[in-house]
Design a protein around this ligand. Structure first.
Ligand code: SF4
Length: 302
């Protein structure tokens, strides 16, 4: 009798499916995935891989982005309620108001946003390519949505641009505080502090390294240091420990957890593969607008 993992493997072959997972998903999911990565890496893969069925282990905006970039493929999200609250923290009304207020404006949208918002923007970015893409845009004014923390960090790195910020945030990263970092540093004074730019500026100012999930893993893996305090969702520890079994990775808070990312389970992956569900759908009209912003990201990030 097959166990759950073997059943998933067999279903995957039967359906010509590939499993893509974000670094924040549970360890059991990352362990059975074909590819694990950050949003930029996964969105590129979803477009380039030959398999016609993608099981996307992450949240709605990720699966929708994969569907927008590859409309001919079936994209299965194992739990349709796994959603990113920050993705809903931008509005079409505010985008219009910004366009009315500034002539020389680019609306730049973090990929963590709904497909309907992507329809109205000039380009998408992820935390790993935002500096490069925004630095090369011709416009002086940048309306950055939805994350105010990532926007403030980018503004500090690209002073030649005038950033207009939105009021969205990720509740996981917003919860990091200067106090929690100080306490973690007291316990491990030699540890390097690695922070994702969705954290508030006061916390970023205490970092030895600021970067995307992929950037944090690269930094820790190449570093000659042995101890790190990691300030992002704790699912990243799976790959950090896998790549660096002899190094120490600490967190600053008891719970650094995104509950939506943790909704993905092995049972749900088996169920979506087994039931041959139709998968994530994006209205053609929405797709037509949103694909331009995502394609532009892939082109400018090259
Ligand atoms: S960790 Fe934050 S940004 Fe990422 S999916 Fe969860 S709520 Fe959204």
């Amino acid at each position: 009798m097959k166990n759950l993992v073997e059943e998933i493997e067999a279903l995957k072959k039967e359906r010509d499916a590939v499993i893509l997972s974000h670094f924040y998903t549970p360890e059991s999911i990352q362990n059975i995935s074909d590819y694990v990565g950050d949003s930029y890496y996964l969105s590129r893969l979803a477009k380039e891989l030959p398999q016609q069925t993608i099981v996307f282990c992450g949240v709605t905006f990720m699966a929708e982005s994969a569907k927008i970039l590859s409309p001919q493929k079936t994209v299965l999200l194992p739990d349709l309620t796994a959603d990113c609250p920050m993705a809903h923290m931008a509005t079409k009304e505010k985008i219009k108001a910004a366009r009315d207020a500034y002539d020389d404006l680019a609306v730049v949208c973090y990929i963590n946003s709904t497909s309907e918002i992507k329809e109205d923007v000039d380009v998408c970015v992820t935390s790993s390519n935002a500096l490069k893409i925004i630095g090369n845009l011709p416009q002086k004014n940048i309306y950055f949505i939805p994350d105010q923390n990532l926007g403030a960090y980018l503004a500090s790195q690209i002073p030649q641009k005038n950033f207009i910020l939105n009021d969205g945030y990720c509740h996981v990263h917003q919860a990091f505080s200067v106090d929690s970092v100080k306490k973690a540093k007291e316990k491990a004074p030699l540890a390097k502090v690695l922070v994702h730019p969705e954290a508030p500026m006061a916390v970023l100012s205490m970092a030895d390294y600021i970067g995307s999930t992929g950037g944090i893993i690269d930094y820790a893996t190449k570093s000659d240091k042995n101890s790190f305090i990691v300030l992002t969702e704790e699912g990243i520890l799976t790959q950090l420990k896998k790549n660096n079994p002899h190094k120490e990775f600490l967190t600053a808070q008891k719970e650094q957890i995104c509950p939506d990312m943790k909704k993905i389970t092995l049972e749900k992956i088996k169920a979506v593969l087994e039931d041959e569900l139709i998968g994530v759908q994006v209205l053609d009209q929405v797709r037509a607008g949103a694909v331009k912003a995502l394609d532009r990201m892939l082109e400018l990030a090259e």
